[in-house]
Ligand binder design. Structure first.
Ligand SMILES: NC(=O)c1ccc[n+]([C@@H]2O[C@H](COP(=O)([O-])OP(=O)(O)OC[C@H]3O[C@@H](n4cnc5c(N)ncnc54)[C@H](O)[C@@H]3O)[C@@H](O)[C@H]2O)c1
Length: 360
């Protein structure tokens, strides 16, 4: 495994390791002070990976326990967190424990939040096994759970000690989950890396199922660089919201029947069309984005009417004043800056016109 990025966030610094031997990488980053290993996975990733992780850390710890919860977003709750914590207390988990989170974004968000609060904070390592988690959720230290009032409303910033990415874990991932990670990779390319965008265009034309490893690592670097600049999500990290103002609104308006990646893809088309009219995003860039999303099997039309989505965009947490705020690209690989900020106030009528044009 190769260290492709060393993230420095305030006091914390941690490596992102990328390659094909997670066991060797764990041995490299494991600290002698971590006397206990706690592997947290979901019901799918436990069966696929937990034993291998346990073997890798077995010789370095005095004991190792494996915990799991039912796979799926519905498990990302305070109840699941309490069950994991109770199991750790029963196993006499102490401050010298290190959690190894093995799974997609749900496992990483959950295990990271457990690590943030257990004994007032213990170490954790992220081993992401979905494309979305590898290029996005594993990096940046955001952890948390959902409640009836909304997604990710209870949580903490808690940086991992290391992120270990093995793209070969993606071989067992269902196509719908690959698509959801691809949407975030396209987003990274549009906001920060024209070369990655070209690479994705070339790769998409091959019809292969899993993106080339250099495209995955390039996408990881964009997330890593962005969070290193803006640990607490107050500034530059907002560029990663491209496609998400409209995307989140589509998810809510359809009661989450439209999956996150599909909503973000359509959201990117809406916001790119707005950027075309409002931020100088060229027509050629807009049509390349449409073509790339379509080739990847991602939606290019909003899945609900603008009026059904408007309410939640006006309630969006990025909103200030009465406008809808979006991160808008000025070209492929760059976002338009608005004074000190990275989001732009978009008049609702302009977005309505772009949105409904795409639905025609
Ligand atoms: N913390 C962050 O910065 C951040 C960023 C983006 C998303 N998220 C969160 O991530 C979550 C979504 O993550 P996700 O898309 O990875 O979903 P997920 O964690 O639910 O994983 C999707 C499915 O794939 C299965 N799976 C995981 N790895 C597998 C593998 N290698 N082979 C076969 N099956 C596998 C899982 O068990 C699950 O059924 C959301 O809760 C979202 O809020 C967090």
């Amino acid at each position: 495994m190769e260290t492709i990025f060393e993230i420095r966030c305030g006091q914390a610094a941690y490596p992102v390791l990328f390659g094909s031997d997670a066991g060797e990488a764990l041995a490299r980053v494991w600290r002698p002070a971590w006397r206990q290993g706690i592997i947290i996975a979901d019901s799918h990733t436990a069966a696929l990976f937990s034993d291998r992780i346990a073997i890798a850390i077995g010789a370095m710890v005095r004991c190792c326990i494996q915990l799991q919860f039912k796979a799926g977003e519905r498990s990302k709750t305070r109840t699941t967190k309490a069950k994991l914590e109770d199991a750790m207390l029963a196993a006499r988990g102490d401050r010298d424990a290190c959690i190894v989170a093995v799974g997609g974004g749900v496992v990483l968000d959950m295990a990271g939040f457990v690590a943030a609060t257990y004994m007032r904070g213990i170490a954790h390592i992220n081993v992401p096994t979905t494309l979305l988690a590898q290029v996005d959720a594993a990096i940046g230290g955001k952890t948390g759970v959902n409640t009836g009032a909304g997604k990710n409303l209870i949580g903490a910033f808690h940086q991992p000690q290391a992120v270990i990415v093995d793209p070969s874990t993606l071989r067992t991932l269902p196509p719908s989950e690959i698509r959801s990670g691809l949407a975030e990779m396209v987003k990274h390319a549009v906001v920060a890396d024209a070369g990655l965008f070209r690479g994705l265009e070339v790769w998409a034309a091959t019809g292969e199922r899993i993106p080339a490893t250099d495209l995955i690592s390039r996408s990881i670097m964009i997330k890593a660089r962005t969070v290193a600049e803006d640990e607490r999500d107050g500034g530059m990290r907002q560029i990663l919201n491209f496609g998400h103002t409209a995307g989140h609104a589509i998810e809510k308006a359809t009661s989450h029947r439209v999956r996150h990646g599909d909503a973000v893809a359509a959201g990117m088309m809406v916001e790119a069309a707005v950027a075309h009219r409002f931020a100088g995003f060229p027509e050629t860039a807009l049509s390349r984005l449409r073509q790339l999303l379509a080739t990847l099997g991602l939606p290019i039309r909003p899945q609900c009417a603008f009026d059904d989505a408007l309410g939640s965009m006006l309630l969006d947490k990025k909103r200030t004043g009465d406008e809808i705020r979006c991160a808008l690209p000025s070209e492929i690989g760059a976002v338009r800056r608005d004074g000190d900020g990275w989001t732009v106030a978009v008049p609702p009528e302009l977005m309505r016109s772009c949105w409904e044009d795409l639905r025609r």
